[in-house]
Design a protein around this ligand. Structure first.
Ligand SMILES: Nc1ncnc2c1ncn2[C@@H]1O[C@H](COP(=O)(O)OP(=O)(O)OP(=O)(O)O)[C@@H](O)[C@H]1O
Length: 250
């Protein structure tokens, strides 16, 4: 059996009160997984723990076999993290930024330049490749940040609300790049509030409510579980996260 790209087991985190409770998720190479849940359900906290930005209180995370607690560098080397708040240096151009990030990852210069050109093309940033990022819109900065996250050719991409603030054209470019990545065996885990995006892009969907994973599966599996095949993802989602599904914590 191939090695999972992401294996989360019994993950827990409290900030005064528990916000992530005994969450386990296993993703294989090439999977696209969407984490859905109401505001405050714990989605970003899980992603931040996977990215190594927050330490779990309990549980284990392994990325392509690298335990994030005992081998954080090994785990980070195969991971890309793109937050919903793009951090890009204003004074650099997209090409300079990608060169800089590739240098941090020690990607050989020629390979880095080739990947940068490809990513800038894919994300329709080529015409702006040599303009300073300082004048860019938030959507353009998000695309530059995504390109930066992909320049070291990660095996796991972690995305927090990747399409927020993108216009239809940019959202399509990002979706196409992500779909292309999964075709080449890269695994993606993302949070989204846009149910249509989860429905269209993700192979599997996990629904989080009050810090717990209350359902997981393909859309067809979630429908079958809800007992009615004609239900939309929105109907299923609202049923799953309704207060009676999770007690009074919501
Ligand atoms: N650094 C922190 N300190 C204290 N509480 C935190 C911290 N980070 C998150 N929380 C709390 O943990 C809970 C889960 O937050 P999280 O951001 O993971 O939810 P989310 O599902 O991503 O929500 P949203 O959809 O609104 O982004 C929230 O109640 C939040 O206030």
């Amino acid at each position: 059996m191939p090695q999972p790209s992401l294996e989360i087991t019994g993950l827990a985190k409290a900030y005064g009160r528990p916000v992530v409770k005994d969450v386990s998720i296993c993703l294989m190479p090439g999977e696209f997984y969407a984490l859905l849940g109401p505001n405050g359900a714990g989605k970003t906290t899980i992603l931040r723990m996977v990215a190594g930005l927050v330490a779990p209180d309990a549980g284990r995370i392994a990325i392509c076999g690298h335990d994030t607690a005992t081998d954080p560098m090994g785990a980070k080397a195969v991971t890309a993290w793109v937050s919903d708040e793009p951090m890009v240096y204003d004074r650099l151009t997209p090409r300079e930024y990608l060169h800089f990030v590739a240098g941090l990852w020690r990607v050989p210069t020629e390979l880095a330049a080739r990947r940068a050109t490809e990513l800038l093309d894919w994300l329709a940033l080529a015409p702006f490749a040599d303009e300073r990022c300082g004048g860019f819109s938030k959507g353009m900065l998000q695309k530059v940040a995504l390109a930066g996250a992909l320049v070291h050719d990660p095996r796991l991409i972690i995305l927090d609300e990747p399409l927020t603030g993108l216009d239809a054209g940019s959202a399509r470019q990002v979706k196409d790049v992500l779909a292309e990545k999964t075709r080449s065996g890269v695994t993606i885990i993302m949070t989204t509030h846009i149910l249509e995006v989860a429905e269209r892009m993700a192979g599997r969907i996990g629904v989080l409510s009050g810090g717990r994973l209350v359902a997981e599966g393909t859309l067809a599996e979630l429908r079958a579980r809800a007992g009615r095949t004609e239900q939309t993802l929105e109907d299923i989602f609202l049923e799953l996260v309704a207060p009676q599904a999770d007690g009074p914590s919501l």
